[in-house]
Ligand binder design. Structure first.
Ligand code: 9MR
Ligand code: 9MR
Length: 572
């Protein structure tokens, strides 16, 4: 090397250093991390996010005694288009001593936790959400702590709405429709959304019976001889059963007032309540869930009768749907509560037929199944298709003579692989991407993780489990806004969910364990947001029902995933 080049290089180097110092002072750096803590023995990531390219700067991690246990250079970030941010990821997987550590990046510090089982409280709280949202019962201090409240929405005097009138049940007929979980921040109940939510909890039990047989969640039924998760599900199943018209097997789409109530506690609710219009979507969701429930309860001596009743109800609802394949729901005039509309029910037909085939072994249901036509997209309330694939994978052997499980497996694994690849390779190391930021995007995030977890259950390929562990960080703070999207979990968790009870009670903290809707650029509520970017379009305000409501369907996959992670983490 000639002298002049050396000189030139050293000049560049000095200038480079100077500009680095200048930049690190200007650059806004945000540390995004999992606020409940990282599990020993698992991959651990923190992201450094910035609106401008990230310069090469030093970082160090100290343990609780102040000893530096890791240091290095924050790599130049990759661009994350959904947030319009640059992201640099620090991988500290090798730190496996449980402790509280401090990360220091250019003078910005953040404490974080590594522990053997970070999932314990989270697993309990996300499940308990269902108990807190029970209708027709008091929440007592013993089970609800400071969120105790009087009973509300006792459903013994519900009217048949004009849209639901029949010869046997004319308009205004009073029926009893008790129990159930409130759908969300509102006090209404919808069979379609109960479909995927209740299935997900049942599926959690079906796939992890050893874990749930021993797991208590401190609910009023905890001392009986059924696993708590099934007791909780019964609370909603009893309501679903009441939503079926015994005369023809059709299922009312929803049980609501005519409009949304004000910000009140359940016991203050005083609108008239109705069952509204039967729909094909309600019948199919109902048929699928009751078929799954029937085969599970049939394994308990004390629940055989219940199992039989569920199966009969399931078959009747399915027959009704076949006779009324296109009774799509839209709000009748004068009804302004949630709609849960769906005019493409191919997936729901396949799902219901699959569950009935598994439960009854009656091959006539196999004739209604065409595996190649089942979409493998991540499921949500409007497209349950992949739930059929999940159940096919669970009963792969039993079904192999009746349907094309090989195709189902290929399709299922190809989607799981795609999601896993996104988690490992995207700038932010998450599965969320582009159009995933919809109303309820955190429900998408949860269902993506559940999908990948199911691939682990099927294949026992550890990379799927690793991906789920990393991906869960997203909901707990390693995301576009640095907020933990689950109430009560982490130092900067959502505090003002669109949840009537939490807003109307006089308790400062919201009910814990609720997954809020999450960022989405639609901003249909016209509230104040600090960004329009899809991954940052989130407002932690009561006002924001489009990004900060909670529902049974967004919590369910998180119940599934977190309890499964706890199972694998503590399994000997
Ligand atoms: O509170 C309602 C919430 O539970 C629903 O999910 C949401 C969308 O249907 O609607 C909310 O109610 C809002 C209504 O639609 C418009 N006026 C403001 C209401 C919230 O305060
Ligand atoms: O989760 C639903 C979302 O996919 C829709 O875009 C949105 C508007 O139709 O409605 C959401 O469901 C709400 C339901 O209608 C009423 N209860 C609260 C639900 C969550 O916001």
């Amino acid at each position: 090397m000639t002298r002049s080049i050396t000189k030139l290089l050293s000049l560049f180097f000095t200038l480079g250093l100077m500009s680095q110092v200048a930049m690190s002072q200007k650059v806004d750096l945000n540390i995004r991390y999992n606020q409940i803590g990282y599990a020993t023995g698992k991959t651990k990531l923190i992201s450094i996010n910035s609106t401008t390219p990230i310069p090469n700067i030093n970082f160090e991690i100290k343990n609780s005694s102040g000893v530096v246990v890791k240091s290095g250079i924050v790599q130049p970030g990759k661009f994350w288009k959904d947030a319009n941010e640059y992201v640099s990821v620090i991988d500290f997987s090798e730190l496996n001593k449980k402790d509280t550590y401090t990360l220091d990046v250019s003078g910005i510090q953040q404490k974080f936790i590594v522990s053997d089982n970070p999932y314990n409280k989270l697993a309990l709280d996300v499940f308990k959400y269902y108990y807190f949202n029970r209708a027709s019962t008091e929440i007592t201090e013993e089970y609800g702590g400071k969120w105790k409240r009087p009973s509300g929405l006792n459903g013994t005097k519900v009217k048949i709405h004009s849209s639901a009138a029949s010869k046997e049940r004319p308009e205004g007929t009073v029926i009893s429709v008790d129990k159930g979980w409130f759908d969300a921040g509102d006090y209404n109940m919808y069979v379609t959304n109960s479909g995927i939510s209740t299935y997900t909890l049942l599926s959690a039990y079906e796939n992890f019976p050893d874990y749930y047989n021993k797991k208590t969640f401190n609910i009023p039924e905890s001392t009986n001889n059924l696993p708590d998760i099934l007791d909780e599900v019964i609370w909603n199943l009893d309501w679903m059963l009441a939503m079926q018209d015994p005369n023809d097997g059709g299922v009312y789409h929803k049980h609501t007032g005519l409009r949304f109530s004000g910000v009140i506690m359940p016991h203050q609710y005083d609108f008239d309540r109705y069952v509204i219009k039967k729909s094909t979507s309600a019948a199919l969701n109902f048929a699928a869930v009751t078929a799954v429930a029937s085969r599970i309860f049939n394994t308990f001596k004390t629940k055989k009768k219940y199992a039989k009743r569920l199966l009969e109800a399931s078959k009747k609802a399915y027959e009704w749907a076949k006779k009324h394949p296109k009774d799509y729901f839209l709000n009748p005039k004068g009804v302004r509560t949630g709609q849960y509309e769906d005019d493409d029910l191919k997936g729901e037909f396949q799902w219901a037929a699959t569950e009935l085939l598994i439960t009854t072994a009656d091959t006539s249901y196999a004739k209604d199944i065409s595996v190649a036509s089942i979409s493998n997209e991540v499921p949500w309330w409007q497209d349950a298709s992949a739930l059929a694939l999940y159940s096919m994978m669970r009963y792969e052997k039993q079904l192999s003579k009746q349907i094309d499980v090989t195709t189902a497996k290929k399709s299922f694994l190809s989607k799981a692989e795609e999601l896993k690849t996104r988690i490992f390779n995207s700038p932010m190391r998450i599965a969320m991407n582009g159009t995933d930021y919809v109303w309820g995007s955190n429900g998408v995030a949860g269902n993506q993780l559940m999908y990948v977890l199911k691939a682990y259950e099927l294949t026992k390929n550890k990379s799927y489990l690793d991906a789920v562990v990393i991906g869960l960080d997203y909901l707990l703070g390693r995301n576009g806004v640095g907020v933990s999207y689950i109430t009560g979990q982490g130092s900067n968790a959502a505090k003002h969910p669109h949840h009537r009870t939490s807003e109307a009670d006089t308790i400062e903290e919201p009910v814990p364990g609720m997954v809020v809707g999450g960022p989405q650029p639609g901003q249909q509520d016209n509230c104040e947001y600090s960004s329009k970017m899809p991954a940052k379009s989130y407002s932690d305000t009561w006002c924001s029902y489009a990004s900060n409501e909670v529902t049974i369907n967004w919590n369910a996959p998180i119940v599934y995933v977190v309890n499964a992670l706890q199972y694998y983490q503590t399994k000997k």
